[in-house]
Write a protein that binds this ligand. Structure first.
Ligand code: SAM
Ligand code: SF4
Length: 322
């Protein structure tokens, strides 16, 4: 599927729930009592993915909120993997519940896992996530080494962590064939209140510790991350810098929220309500045409610090799926 600006859209991120078992300060308020979600059933999600696969969507990521809170997640992974045209299914999780689910997910054919981990310092983890559960994430990371067929990526949002903490995260890529990605804080939802470190600062820090790096030219993954190789590292270090290195001109993604809104840009509330049309007894062809025109009108780019034209996103990142 090609949008009005000629971009190929082949990647769908599906948020499975707005709920979460952590409360990261830049993502979700401590008291998240307003959630009254009427999320899409797995059958509805599979129907949407089947239609979108016929438009060229071939990569799917399951996210949230915390996707591992949805029951029978392995069944969903299995069903999506069976859809003709779908090449990969990945998961983004905080890793808290992964230990008890990883076997089932691997059997279901999951291609890879992204774990969000901003620090390996117990105290700071408890401060950032408002929960003292770092040990569960560390356990999951240890376990993931036993699944060589699964790509493992660590997402670390750059805030005011100490240099030592950024280096402790980098160690995961030195000691394992993992991809560690440092992510610039995006001014969305609660993230508007946090100004973090940027790519250049962290690259300099890593260079001081590990010596010179080499830029990886070949494309890795389906997203906008660019990677670097350091000597003696089993894995790679990457950066997702949506603010300082805008990548909208090559954006290949759309997002489906847990309540069925197909969202075409992270910053704006543009898109369409698929739950409504699905539940209106519409025929596949009608839904197909509806989705096609939504994707076609995907906005050209974000204007994080200068948006006047369109209605800006008012939801939290936990409601959008990151
Ligand atoms: N709960 C899962 C997790 O944490 O991986 C999946 C959902 S979470 C919303 C997805 C990703 O969005 C996480 O890696 C999180 O760090 C990131 N995120 C949330 N708010 C952000 C912001 N304002 N800027 C950049 N990344 C953000
Ligand atoms: Fe939950 Fe993920 Fe948001 Fe943290 S970033 S509160 S783990 S949804």
């Amino acid at each position: 599927m090609i949008d009005q600006y000629g971009r190929v859209i082949d990647y769908l991120r599906i948020s499975l729930t707005q709920r979460c078992n952590l409360r990261c300060i830049y993502c979700m308020p401590e008291k998240n009592t307003e959630i009254q979600e009427e999320y899409l059933s797995f059958d509805e999600i599979v129907r949407i993915v089947s239609l979108m696969s016929q438009m060229g969507i071939c990569h799917v990521r399951l996210t949230g909120g915390e996707p591992l809170l949805r029951k029978n997640l392995c069944d969903l992974v299995k069903s999506i993997k069976k859809i003709p045209g779908i090449e990969t299914v990945h998961l983004t999780t905080n890793g808290i519940l992964l230990k008890q689910m990883i076997d089932g997910l691997a059997d279901a054919g999951l291609d890879g896992v992204n774990i969000s981990l901003d620090t390996r310092d117990r105290e700071n983890f408890a401060r950032i996530t408002r929960r003292d559960r770092l040990f569960l994430v560390e356990d999951s990371l240890k376990l993931l080494r036993k699944y060589p067929n699964m790509t493992v990526k660590i997402n670390c949002v750059m805030m005011d962590q100490k240099d030592r903490e950024f280096l402790e995260i980098a160690e995961l890529a030195r000691e394992n064939p993992f991809f560690v990605r440092y992510i610039e804080m995006m001014p969305i939802g609660l993230g508007r209140q946090n100004r973090g470190r940027n790519e250049e600062e962290i690259k300099q820090l890593l260079q001081r510790m590990y010596g010179p790096y080499r830029e990886v030219r070949e494309k890795i993954g389906n997203g906008p991350c660019h990677y670097y190789e350091f000597q003696d590292f089993q894995g790679k270090i990457g950066f997702i810098s949506a603010v300082t290195h805008k990548f909208c001109s090559s954006c290949n993604r759309v997002r489906l929220t847990s309540d069925g809104f197909l969202k075409t840009c992270l910053q704006y509330e543009t898109g369409g309500d698929l739950r409504k049309i699905l539940r209106s007894q519409a025929k596949d062809q009608e839904i197909f045409e509806y989705i096609k025109q939504i994707i076609f009108h995907k906005p050209k780019e974000h204007q994080f610090f200068n948006s006047k034209e369109m209605k800006e996103e008012s939801h939290l990142m936990s409601q959008i799926g990151g």
